[in-house]
Design a protein around this ligand. Structure first.
Ligand code: FPP
Length: 256
């Protein structure tokens, strides 16, 4: 089944793109970049950029649900983001609390499951409390898994996995000869989730920034100059359309 959308990546573009509903990426990751620059362009404080970014989250989560994406991982706060001024860190934590308070009922009604990756024990207790409520409320849903990457870093995740696997080795719970990709993946925050298929990074930067390092081995990357607060569902459609027109070979050859 195909769905047709306006191709609005370029404002003057009136062409139509067709999205194959049978080939929607199972797992999309988004590096929500450009909030600060968006605010600066408008002579606003950086925190206003993050606030506008939350509006985008709302729309994109909804659209991913509608399209049948199964996992959406949003890079909301990295292990490196603690280096930002404390006022900005606090504002981001407050936005998280506000978002959960305001959106939880609707997310739940839309069958969304809230999940996190990253070490959330280091987040302020008010964030942990809201997250706990969100996990509890949505745990029996069966729709989109909204995976919030909070205090998340790909290197940190891999190191933690190695340490915990080493412990299991020492305790004889696993044997070294049995360790393979699949076994190692079970030690990551994303255990039981498929690898990310498509990584979207707006704002013109083209790097991975410690996001889903293990899981992105065969991900398709999609970049755009649009800053996250200006990212619309039409950009998501275009990213999915481009993804569907790529030739994913996973290191093999295409069978004709
Ligand atoms: C990157 O833009 C964005 C972030 C580090 C934070 C993203 C967080 C939100 C959009 C809101 C909080 C999250 C939730 C789940 C409610 P930047 O600040 O690095 O932008 P810049 O590169 O233009 O300075």
């Amino acid at each position: 089944m195909w769905k047709f959308f306006r191709n609005k990546e370029n404002i003057n573009d009136t062409s139509i793109i067709s999205v194959n509903m049978n080939n929607i990426p199972k797992h999309i990751g988004i590096i929500m970049d450009g909030n600060g620059r968006w605010a600066k362009e408008k002579n606003l404080p950086r925190t206003m950029g993050h606030k506008a970014g939350v509006e985008t989250i709302r729309d994109i989560v909804k659209e991913c649900s509608t399209l049948g994406v199964k996992y959406l991982t949003l890079y909301a706060f990295s292990t490196e983001n603690w280096k930002r001024p404390s006022q900005e860190v606090n504002a981001l934590m407050n936005l998280l609390v506000e978002y959960l308070k305001k959106e939880l009922d609707e997310l739940h009604n839309n069958n969304v499951i809230i999940n996190t990756i990253g070490n959330i024990k280091k987040l302020p207790s008010v964030c942990q409390k809201e997250l706990k409520d969100a996990f509890e409320k949505t745990k029996n849903n069966s729709g989109l898994v909204l995976n919030l990457a909070l205090n998340y870093g790909g290197r940190d995740e891999i190191l933690r996995a190695i340490k915990s696997m080493y412990k299991d080795l020492q305790e004889g719970k696993i044997i070294i000869d049995n360790i393979d990709d699949e076994v190692f993946s079970t030690y990551l925050y994303t255990a039981n989730m498929p690898d990310v298929d498509l990584i979207i990074r707006p704002s013109g930067e083209q790097r991975i920034s410690n996001f889903l390092l293990w899981q992105s081995a065969y991900a398709e990357f999609w970049y755009s100059d649009i800053k996250w607060p200006d990212f619309k569902k039409e950009h998501l459609h275009k990213a999915i359309y481009d993804y569907q027109n790529r030739d994913r070979r996973f290191g093999g050859v295409k069978h004709k």
